[in-house]
Design a protein around this ligand. Sequence first.
Ligand code: ADP
Length: 289
Amino acid sequence: MVVKMAVEDTRVSERERRLMGAETVPASERIARLDGEIVFDVDHFNAYYGTFRALYDVGFQIPSRKITALIGPSGCGKSTLLRCMNRMNDLITSFRHEGSMTYHGIDLYERGVDPVEVRRRIGMVFQKPNPFPKSIYENIAFGPRVNGIKGNMDEMVERSLRAAALWDEVKDKLGQSGLALSGGQQQRLCIARALAVQPDVILMDEPCSALDPIATLKIEDLMKELARDYTIVIVTHNMQQAARVADHTAFLMMRPDRAGELVEFGDTDTLFTTPRDKRTEDYITGRFG
Ligand code: ADP
């Protein structure tokens, strides 16, 4: 059911809005199309690398404290879209965008918005686990220290490792290198590192594609646990994974000019059982991709 309601902006106060440098319409004056609080509102969004258009007129909303999966064939722009959500693409000189991408009503690309603060609030976990070549403890402590987060560091490290379901496995070897852990443990360490700077959103770009099935299931269980407190957006090429973990799923596909477009967005069960678009049906039944 589509319900029109005013979005309650509970996570970003006016003071924080100013800290982020935004001069924009408060989220409470915006209209949402999904039930509940909306974190991202993507509207007529186009992304370019030089003259190549990678995303074509994408629009959808991401609700708070849910898992949203981005699926679609390789090259359809899933990672590009994900990276646009915390301005990671700023680092690519040929990148530019059109349209809007708001976060709690703040346009992330508005002049004055600080990309460093954006990336603290909207953390990212990558395909290949990438711990720093430092101790497990230092992997976690680094972010809060650099961000000037006050508090007892030992407690922060423990809290983050517990939240990432890693504490029991590493509590007796916090001084050992993060690189000595298994692949699955390294990925949970990277998730703990992302949590340590007190984000609101975790973006995950194929976080399990380098892991074995057991480590994969552990991360999936962890994602469901984390969705109680955080908004999660995951790119996955694994449709079963999307079906297992995601509350909502966005299916993207390439147009003939190779720009990615959003074909369908909906709750995961509906999208996988009764898709509205023939192209979604063809993809999920394995007819292409
Ligand atoms: P997906 O994640 O769905 O596989 P990507 O977002 O990685 O898709 O890529 C979408 C398109 O954008 C592809 O055609 C890819 O070659 C292109 N692309 C991705 N990153 C860059 C880049 N840094 N420079 C130029 N083109 C890029």
